[in-house]
Ligand binder design. Structure first.
Ligand SMILES: [Zn+2]
Length: 406
């Protein structure tokens, strides 16, 4: 790992050349006889709706301390006797609170990582111990504090150099649309033979077109044809697309044909709790959750704290979003339940994507089945969901999104 033949002067020159750039590859060599105790071997980042997370893989427990600075806002993390081992810190994610990350060496063997920030933050640092083939990881969470607006601050603070952000730097909010069932799974079937999977896809496509036509929103479909997708595959598509919201579209069925009306579901608390247990037991999910690193099963406390924080907020947001959609749907049709209902639906279990399931009507009710087949009703349902999205984001579009600027 160490190249002791390197000339220290060359090394210093190299350091000088790379400081200030977060995309450079760091291949630092320890000075003679002062070998660093710790090596950072990996660096990943991930932009959550509420924070940007950096995860540094390190070859052992490390001593670190951190502090924040203002004008300009920075987070400084000092790591004792630590080096970067040919690690490429990825550029700050679009729309993140972080503008750049710089790395430097202090006293010859201590590492300083400086996060240049667009606004002051209260960072959260956690050292995760090893497990599941992963070593120690230092997790740095930088919340996107809504109270500190990037643009407003830049303009208001006379000491800071005004930065004009162009429209193109703001990201679109990604709306995942999940037409239920598909392929070998027809879903519920009405008396006239109408299959739920076809109705769900029709409504999903109409919603997709409406979302695509709304500035600041971008649709992603979990399926756009009559194909079968596993439930977990659906949430995976949303996660990979970094979805901000997830909407599963269905139509209801009951043995009594008189059952009628639309409803909206969110995940139940029990569903969330059991999902937390499942996530803790599933390495793949954990890896996803901490942004590419994995949480060890020796570290359930830290991991469950992280997961719980995210889940609680997500469920709160799901209920708020579901309530808004239900209100819109209530204007165009009867509701089966006037409250957002909660159940353990698998597709609603993403711990960090607010998710709802819309039962557009009862396909088992002959009148509603006939209605579900009409373009007019399909459009009305899609429009109601879109209106729900708009009222939800009117109050809480995240900083850094194009939607928030419109
Ligand atoms: Zn269904």
């Amino acid at each position: 790992m160490f190249d002791n033949s390197s000339n220290p002067w060359d090394r210093r020159k190299f350091l000088g050349a790379v400081l200030g750039s977060s995309s450079a590859v760091f291949g630092l060599v320890a000075p003679d006889k002062v070998l660093a105790a710790r090596l950072i071997n990996t660096a990943t980042n991930y932009r959550h709706a509420d924070y940007t997370r950096y995860v540094f893989g390190v070859n052992g427990p490390l001593d670190y301390k951190s502090f924040t600075l203002d004008n300009p806002s920075r987070l400084v993390v000092d790591l004792t006797q630590t080096e970067m081992n040919r690690v490429n810190i990825p550029p700050a994610p679009a729309g993140s609170i972080v503008s750049d990350v710089r790395v430097g060496v202090r006293d010859g063997y201590n590492l300083r990582i400086v996060f240049d920030l667009k606004a002051p933050v209260n960072p959260r640092l956690i050292l995760l111990p090893p497990g599941d083939g992963q070593g120690y990881r230092l997790v740095v969470d930088l919340p996107h504090d809504k109270a500190t607006t990037l643009v407003a601050r830049d303009v208001a603070d006379p000491d800071s150099k005004p930065k004009i952000q162009t429209q193109s730097t703001f990201r679109d909010l990604v709306i995942a649309i999940d037409p239920g069932h598909g392929g070998k799974d027809p879903g519920a079937i009405g008396h006239r033979g109408t299959k739920e999977k076809h109705i769900a896809l029709d409504i999903g496509r109409r919603l997709r077109d409406m979302v695509a036509a709304t500035p600041g929103l971008k649709p992603v479909m979990t399926r756009d044809s009559d194909k079968f997708i596993h439930l977990r595959g659906r949430t995976a598509i949303a996660r990979n697309a970094k979805a901000d919201l997830f909407i599963s579209v269905h139509s209801d069925a009951f043995r009594v044909t008189s059952a009628r009306g639309a409803s909206v579901f969110c995940l139940s608390q029990h569903g969330a709790t059991s999902e937390a247990a499942r996530w803790m037991a599933n390495r793949e999910n954990e890896a996803d959750f901490v942004g590419g690193a994995s949480i060890s099963d020796h570290d359930q406390d830290v991991a469950s704290v992280l997961l719980d924080l995210s889940q609680t907020k997500t469920l709160e947001n799901s209920l708020d979003f579901g309530h808004r959609v239900l209100g819109q749907i209530g204007d165009i049709t009867d509701l089966h339940s006037r409250r957002v209902q909660q159940a353990g639906f698998v597709v609603l279990k993403s711990p960090d994507i607010p998710s709802i399931l819309v039962e557009s009507a009862f396909i088992s009710n002959p009148q509603e089945e006939a209605r579900l087949r009409t373009a007019a009703y399909q459009k009305e349902i899609a429009r109601s969901i879109l209106d729900g999205i708009n009222t939800y984001y009117a109050e809480r579009a995240p900083e850094g999104t194009r939607y928030a600027m419109l």
